[in-house]
Design a protein around this ligand. Structure first.
Ligand code: OSB
Ligand code: MG
Length: 390
């Protein structure tokens, strides 16, 4: 296979150099409207990690999507906090930023910690878009005015409750239903759902709950006409996924396994999957997310925008990303009201009865950040100044 070039981004954001004066980190606790259960376990609230950058008279907002426990990823709110404070924020503040590649290059010297890196890249891109008076979508050359969306439904206490959730979200217009599965809550449940809804776009996400030894069991999904089976096997595996895909008709979509452009190239080369879920946080920011999009688009591999139960800040970035032409499948970009009683942006993200979300046209994120609501729920606040003061 061809090695990828080092510079990953073909877009030239005509970028104006921006000098960042200050980085701010905030941890904000937001309760979830309903608990979210995956094969990893259950959560009732999100500790939202917001990053704010100030410079050139503008403010940019980003979000670190790490969770409190290292389950989906080895990163946590705690590790990201530490890495930003000790290594990434100093790299941002050290000298003016020429463009996205300049920033990504500074981060590339540090191994891993993609979600921490992404949080700062997001804030930089929001700020840059505002400096240039463009929407984020315009800045990254998005082409859609609205994006198709689906909903990801956690494991429910009973089939009955699952069926009721599905009816609710189909009634609201969502274009695709994704079910979390795990051993004991899989083929039989999905078959029941399929029988009641023969024609909907239906997918499942195992979050690495199986091994290749479960291949025969997973083949039971093949008759259920699923849009995809997301991340059935190990989080860092490509080889077993390739073996499973060779046996399965259902397209495998990788989430956890795709940590950057190089892994995406390898997964396509090995035919470990037929689709990719792009999460800006998991891949380390816009630079990698754009490059993976461009790769997949050039090879006609469908991609879609994943979610991490983000607040409106992260969600607004996801909407911008999903406006790129290769995002042909509905994203995990649900309405704010599906997650939180009150989001941190205004207006909140809403889903039309056709199951779409409008791409904002205003500069930057295109939403107003609700500082009062954020202040009222902030548990930790830290500022890092360019001159080294904390
Ligand atoms: O695997 O896609 C996942 C949430 C947290 C961590 C991992 C995942 C998810 C979701 C929810 O599926 C997507 C969303 O609605 O934000
Ligand atoms: Mg997933």
């Amino acid at each position: 296979m061809q090695p990828s070039s080092k510079i990953v981004n073909s877009r030239s954001f005509a970028a104006r150099t921006v000098e960042i004066e200050r980085a701010e980190i905030r941890l904000v606790r937001l309760p979830l409207i309903e608990p979210f259960e995956t094969s990893f376990g259950r959560i009732d609230s999100r500790l939202i990690f917001l990053v704010r950058l100030d410079g050139e008279g503008f403010t940019g907002w980003g979000e670190v999507v790490a969770e409190e426990e290292p389950r989906y990823s080895y990163e946590t709110v705690g590790t990201a906090h530490r890495v930003i404070q000790d290594h990434l924020a100093p790299a941002v503040l050290s000298r003016p930023i020429e463009d996205l590649d300049d920033l990504a290059g500074r981060f590339a010297q540090f191994r891993g910690h993609n979600m921490a890196k992404a949080g700062l890249e997001l804030a930089y891109m929001d700020l840059l878009a505002r400096v240039e008076g463009k929407s984020l979508s315009e800045l990254i050359e998005g082409t859609r005015e609205s994006v198709p969306v689906g909903v990801s439904l956690g494991i429910q206490p009973s089939l009955d409750q699952l069926l009721r959730r599905i009816d609710l979200y189909l009634g609201l217009g969502y274009q695709r239903i994704k079910l979390k599965i795990k051993p004991g809550w899989d083929v039989d449940i999905v078959r029941e759902v399929r029988q009641r809804h023969p024609d909907i776009l239906l997918s499942v996400d195992a979050n690495s709950a199986y091994t290749i030894g479960d291949a025969d069991h997973l083949l039971g999904l093949d008759e259920l006409e699923l849009l995809m089976l997301e991340q059935p096997l190990d989080h860092d595996d490509l080889i077993d996924h390739a073996e499973l895909q060779s046996k399965m008709r259902t397209p495998i979509c990788l989430d956890e396994s795709i940590t950057g452009l190089r892994r995406a190239e390898q997964a396509l080369h090995m035919e470990s999957c037929k689709m990719i879920n792009i999460k800006i946080g998991r891949v380390g920011g816009y630079s990698q997310a754009l490059a993976i999009h461009d790769l997949c688009h050039s090879r006609n591999v469908p991609v879609w925008c994943g979610g991490m139960l983000e607040s409106g800040v992260g969600r607004a970035h996801n909407i911008a990303l999903a406006s790129l032409p290769g995002f042909t499948l509905p994203g995990d970009i649900s309405a704010s009201s599906r997650y939180f009683s009150k989001d941190v942006i205004e207006p909140e993200v809403s889903v039309s009865d056709k199951g779409t979300v409008d791409v904002p046209l205003k500069p930057g994120l295109g939403f107003k950040v609700d500082l009062d609501h954020i202040e009222a729920n902030t548990q930790v606040l830290e500022r890092i100044e360019r001159n080294g003061k904390m």
